[in-house]
Design a binder for this molecule. Structure first.
Ligand code: NAP
Length: 247
């Protein structure tokens, strides 16, 4: 489904991003996986080998997406190495949960900088290159951006902001053959959700009609749909992958 395409996945070494990287590689795309922390370097190199074993090209690039210059270097490296960028998955994200009364300005700013400004940075650079070829951008929002959540005002604001950003950019580029969509995952089993207390996990499960956590592959499959021509008439959409949690 993605043969001959070049895909850049931010935060592509762990969790949902890793599942998307592998899923897109299996579909035939050459993959650039982005990571930020030094501790991800070894995982990044292992994943590059695993992806190359699937018969496509792969490259890992370190960049902090919240910094415009680093985002520019990330996209430029993708284009310089593989000649183009067809698919951008803005997946990198962080949480710094705290009740508003105790949340620091730094905790608010950091989450907005990575989750929202990071998407601005990468999209701004990538869309310029995609003007020549067309493309698909997929932004990782969250059901928390639709319904809010106690202790996550910073994260919810960033994820709701992503939805407004997605729809605006989708309108700006629709006539230029660049589609822009968002995915709003619910409670997906990754390092991010493993860090939550058993009490929070049990309370969340009660609110999921399907009565189970989602798996990273279940998000990756929706990303594959949005990246491929199967969704050729879909833009500005937000697809929930949440077992019914936010309906
Ligand atoms: P995760 O396992 O914590 O992975 C987050 C990824 O983001 C890591 O690969 C990390 O790379 C990268 N990252 C963090 N800061 C970065 C930065 N400044 N620049 C570049 N990369 C950065 O998270 P996940 O659960 O897979 O979540 C992936 C996305 O889905 C996030 O946007 C998250 O908000 C969203 N989401 C997740 C869930 C869920 O239930 N898991 C639900 C809704 C939405 P390094 O480790 O190298 O820093």
């Amino acid at each position: 489904m993605l043969k001959g395409k070049v895909a850049l996945i931010t935060g592509g070494v762990r969790g949902i991003g890793k599942a998307i990287s592998l899923c897109f590689a299996k579909a035939g795309a050459d993959i650039v996986i982005n990571y930020n922390s030094e501790k991800s370097l070894e995982h990044a190199n292992q994943l590059v080998e695993e992806i190359q074993g699937l018969g496509v090209k792969a490259l890992a690039v370190k960049a902090d997406v919240s910094q415009l210059e680093e985002a520019k270097n990330l996209v430029d490296t993708t284009i310089n190495t593989f000649g183009k960028i067809d698919i951008l998955v803005n997946n990198a994200g962080i949480t710094k949960d705290m009740l508003l009364l105790r949340m620091t300005e730094e905790e608010f700013d950091q989450v907005l900088a990575v989750n929202l400004k990071g998407i601005f940075n990468c999209s701004k650079i990538a869309t310029k290159a995609m003007l020549k070829t067309g493309g698909s951008i997929i932004n990782m929002s969250s059901v928390v951006g639709l319904s809010g959540n106690v202790g996550q005002s910073n994260y919810a604001a960033s994820k709701a902001g992503i939805i407004g950003f997605t729809k605006s950019v989708a309108k700006e580029f629709a006539s230029r053959k660049i589609r822009v969509n968002a995915i709003a995952p619910g409670f997906i089993q990754t390092d991010m959700t493993d860090a939550l207390s058993e009490q929070v996990k049990e309370a969340t499960l009660k609110n999921i009609p399907m009565k189970r956590l989602g798996q990273v592959n279940e998000v990756a499959q929706v990303a594959l749909f949005l990246a491929s021509d199967l969704s050729s008439y879909v833009t500005g959409e937000v697809v929930r992958v949440d077992g019914g949690m936010a309906m």
